[in-house]
Ligand binder design. Structure first.
Ligand SMILES: Nc1ncnc2c1ncn2[C@@H]1O[C@H](COP(=O)(O)OP(=O)(O)OP(=O)(O)O)[C@@H](O)[C@H]1O
Length: 371
């Protein structure tokens, strides 16, 4: 076969379609095919690797030789040279590889069709758990079936917030295969099913000294071994900060949307920014910001702002996301009109995102799974 642009194009297609044995995507998708030259009967292919010492070089070389041998270009001599991706190309390749892993993650059967919303914050004590519980309650009271996962394995609080008292979670099955049942309460025509470590330990005050790996495993059990029963929404109360738990969540439930909770103080909002940035790096999408403890109304009608102002607005502008609510400092958050409005806003935003996400996931899936 003579050297023509068609030969080059065919050769490039063969090389680009080869899967990287480690990252699972093709060399083309990962941007690793550097240069291809054909001189007479000699084919030279230069592949840029994530690291020059990659132990899979010989595997890539023999797969390429097999692919060419099995094509109409067989019979030519093949030389494979290896280079290294630039740091920005490497970053892009790793990002794509992570996204590929996420897209291949199987949604657990009992969460198929469920919209997932996590509440995240930088600092603790900003009201994330209280808001998650109150919003879950309001959404359920509107006739939806809602799950509430307390992913704060160490600092669990949902059992107390929802006053489930001494209730313990039930499990069915045997040691090899068991299913945990959420603690379910009917609310109007809807329901709220809660899973929290606080419903599993016997002494509420006992310290749980778990390391990262064990925390992630606990979250994995709560996602995979709980019979969630396909609720309309699963709200996830994350521990403050960034770490193993949000990372595990991003890996196991990549379609989760994240709401950032902060107080108006610049100290809290600057730390909350890290939670927002972390969510984006983990390929989770941001729903918006909730500013809690924004102001308090005095008996004579004045509004005071004891924690300053502008924290929520700051994050919303920095990440170009909506400021979903400014919640007041109050003893009865769940009855505040601002909280009711926040719940409506969340339903609205999730509805909009769901459409967009379905389209975006389909496009990304086509991009990474194309033969
Ligand atoms: N808007 C509010 N007005 C008054 N008190 C509030 C408000 N929101 C939360 N609180 C109170 O602040 C305390 C901390 O709230 P919460 O446990 O929900 O925060 P958190 O961000 O989930 O904390 P952590 O992540 O550390 O568990 C609780 O005592 C809660 O009742």
């Amino acid at each position: 076969m003579p050297d023509t642009p068609e030969v080059h194009a065919r050769l490039r297609a063969i090389v680009e379609a080869l899967p990287d044995p480690e990252l699972g995507l093709t060399l083309g998708e990962l941007g690793m095919v550097d240069e291809i030259t054909v001189t007479g009967q000699q084919i030279t292919v230069r592949i840029a690797l994530t690291t020059p010492g990659c132990p899979l070089k010989s595997q890539i070389k023999s797969s390429l030789a097999n692919a060419i041998d099995g094509s109409e270009l067989s019979g030519r001599a093949l030389r494979v040279e290896f280079g290294e991706l630039s740091s920005s190309q490497k970053e892009r390749a790793m990002q794509l590889a992570r996204r590929g892993v996420q897209l291949r993650a199987q949604t657990p059967p009992s969460l198929v069709g469920t919209q997932l919303l996590a509440f995240s914050s930088g600092k603790g004590g900003v009201g994330k758990s209280s808001i998650a519980a109150a919003v879950a309650h309001v959404i359920a009271s509107r006739g939806h079936h809602v799950g509430l996962l307390d992913a704060d394995i160490w600092g669990f609080s949902q059992a107390q917030l929802l006053a489930t008292g001494e209730e313990r979670l039930e499990a069915e099955g045997n040691v090899e295969s068991f299913r945990i049942k959420p603690h379910r309460t009917p609310i109007g025509s809807g329901s709220l099913g809660v899973v929290s470590m606080g419903m599993m330990v016997t002494e509420a005050g006992s310290a749980i000294m778990w390391r990262g790996l064990m925390l992630s495993r606990a979250l994995q059990h709560f996602i995979e071994d709980v019979d969630w029963g396909n609720p309309d929404f699963l709200l996830i109360d994350l521990p403050p900060g960034t770490g193993d738990i949000p990372m595990t969540l991003a890996r196991l439930l990549p379609s989760t949307t994240v709401a950032i909770v902060t107080t108006p103080s610049s100290l809290a909002s600057h730390v909350a920014e890290r939670a927002a940035s972390f969510a984006l790096k983990a390929n989770l999408s941001l729903l918006g910001v909730i500013e809690n403890m924004s102001s308090i109304e005095c008996p004579h009608g004045d509004r005071l702002t004891p924690f300053g102002s502008g924290g929520g607005d700051h994050i919303a502008k920095a990440y170009d996301i909506p400021l979903l609510a400014n919640l007041p400092l109050t003893t009865s958050l769940e009855h505040q009109p601002e909280l009711i409005e926040l719940s409506s806003r969340i339903l609205e935003e999730l509805g909009r995102r769901d459409e967009g996400l379905l389209r975006c996931s389909a496009r990304l899936w086509d991009a990474v799974a194309a033969p």
